[in-house]
Design a protein around this ligand. Structure first.
Ligand SMILES: O=C(O)c1cc(=O)[nH]c(=O)n1[C@@H]1O[C@H](COP(=O)(O)O)[C@@H](O)[C@H]1O
Length: 271
């Protein structure tokens, strides 16, 4: 983020975008789409975030394309964040951890998105492996979709919301992790669309030392003012993420769209 700015670009090969780029809705089309994004933006943005489901739609050929895309990200100077939103009981969570966070795994990424709704503790195998291999995880805390609030704002018997519990737990993982100061390797997903929720739920994002993946910027309606509001006090940790809004610019307009989005996020965060 210090080198390239606080922007992550999502590689979301939706059927409509493939058509707009003149590509087929098949494994060859999404491979071409994603590799063009990596070629245009690798080494120019902090992170690229392929969305797994949109590759899985095409079965083994789509997953093979995803493997190739993750491989293409390596060595560009841009980190890969694989958006898979995994979360499982401990014994099988270890399998997911091996799939995405082990050295040499075909689908290894620099970081993955994880869901804590089987209990934050169930994610321990992934957190441990990430710490061992120098990778990271982003744990969903306050997601960008309107339906998330029903679960995430719910208050437990201790008077604390589910989201606040996730943030506190992630803070404890970072305190126990290898990075003694600065940002830890256990990040949080906090949508740029969540409005006053962080403040109203009494959440201190900065105290968790979590890198903050912030989707919702762009196509889901969050702009400069929303980013400023949600992340007040935690500006240095924010990695704003946008997919469709930038990808819609087409292969020739990508770089320009990314420069504009980066300038917007920088202004919102005062960075
Ligand atoms: O984990 C994510 O990446 C994620 C979490 C969240 O709370 N909201 C969210 O939109 N995302 C992902 O971020 C991307 C947003 O895409 P756009 O709405 O096109 O910018 C999609 O791939 C979503 O699955």
């Amino acid at each position: 983020m210090d080198e390239h700015g606080p922007l992550c670009v999502g590689i979301d090969p939706h059927p409509g975008l493939l058509a707009a780029w003149g590509l087929g809705d098949d494994a060859a089309g999404l491979r071409e789409f994603a590799l063009r994004v990596v070629e245009a933006l690798g080494g120019r943005v902090a992170a690229l975030k392929p969305q797994s489901a949109l590759f899985e739609r095409h079965g083994s050929a789509g997953v093979a394309a995803l493997e190739e895309v993750l491989g293409a990200c390596r060595g560009t100077g841009t980190l890969s964040v694989l958006d898979v939103k995994r979360g499982d009981i401990g014994s099988t969570m270890a399998g997911y951890a091996q799939a995405y966070l082990a050295d040499g795994a075909p689908l290894a990424a620099d970081a993955v998105t994880l869901s804590p709704y089987l209990g934050l503790g169930s994610l321990a195998p992934a957190v441990e492996l990430a710490h061992q291999t120098g990778r990271g995880v982003f744990v969903l805390a306050l997601t960008s979709n309107p339906e998330g609030a029903g679960v995430q704002h719910a208050v437990g018997p201790d008077g604390r919301s589910v989201a606040a519990g996730v943030v506190d737990g992630v803070g404890a993982l970072n305190a126990a992790g290898p990075a003694a100061q600065g940002l830890g390797s256990v990040g949080l997903v906090v949508g740029a669309t969540v409005g006053p929720a962080v403040r109203e739920l009494g959440i201190d994002l900065a105290a968790s030392r979590a890198p903050l993946l912030a989707p919702g910027f762009g196509a889901q309606g969050a702009g400069r003012a929303e980013v400023t509001e949600v992340f007040a006090g935690a500006e240095r940790a924010v990695l704003a993420s946008t997919s469709r809004a930038v990808l819609a610019a087409g292969p020739d307009g990508l770089l320009r769209a990314v420069e504009d989005a980066t300038a917007e996020v920088r202004a919102a965060l005062g960075r």
